[in-house]
Design a protein around this ligand. Structure first.
Ligand code: NI
Length: 134
């Protein structure tokens, strides 16, 4: 098994807020991230595909094709958007890196033409990231 990864970047705003909680509980748990007007991140997304090498191409998956799938299905919908309001596949979740990774996995898992989706990793800052492997 060989693993290949495509990296993409996007910039987006979000608020971490649980609507079932009081404002003070939200402020206590999410601190500055609960600021109602939101704040932004330069996210880095890494999508890893696992598979066998096709001997005729030497590829697990053509990364040009993977790039175009990620661009169409994910980046076009999240880049320069507000993740709480603007993105159909992020509705009704708290847009943490964890939840974003799971949601992106669900968008991509049935759209990978060769190999299988192995992981989706979302870096929110240089120091924080979340990875989902299904
Ligand atoms: Ni944040």
């Amino acid at each position: 098994m060989v693993y290949v990864t495509r990296r993409e970047v996007f910039s987006a705003a979000h608020v971490l807020y649980n609507a079932e909680w009081s404002d003070s509980r939200n402020a206590e748990v999410f601190d500055k991230c609960a600021n109602p007007r939101g704040h932004g991140h330069n996210y880095v997304l890494e999508v890893t595909i696992a598979g066998e090498i096709d001997p005729s191409t030497g590829y697990v998956i053509d990364l040009k094709l993977l790039k175009s799938i990620i661009k169409e299905q994910i980046i076009a919908k999240v880049d320069h958007k507000h993740l709480n309001y603007d993105v159909d596949f992020l509705q009704n979740i708290i847009p943490t890196a964890e939840n974003i990774a799971v949601a992106i996995w669900n968008e991509l898992v049935h759209r990978i033409p060769s190999g299988t989706l192995y992981s989706v990793k979302v870096h929110e800052t240089e120091n924080n990231c979340a990875e989902y492997k299904g």
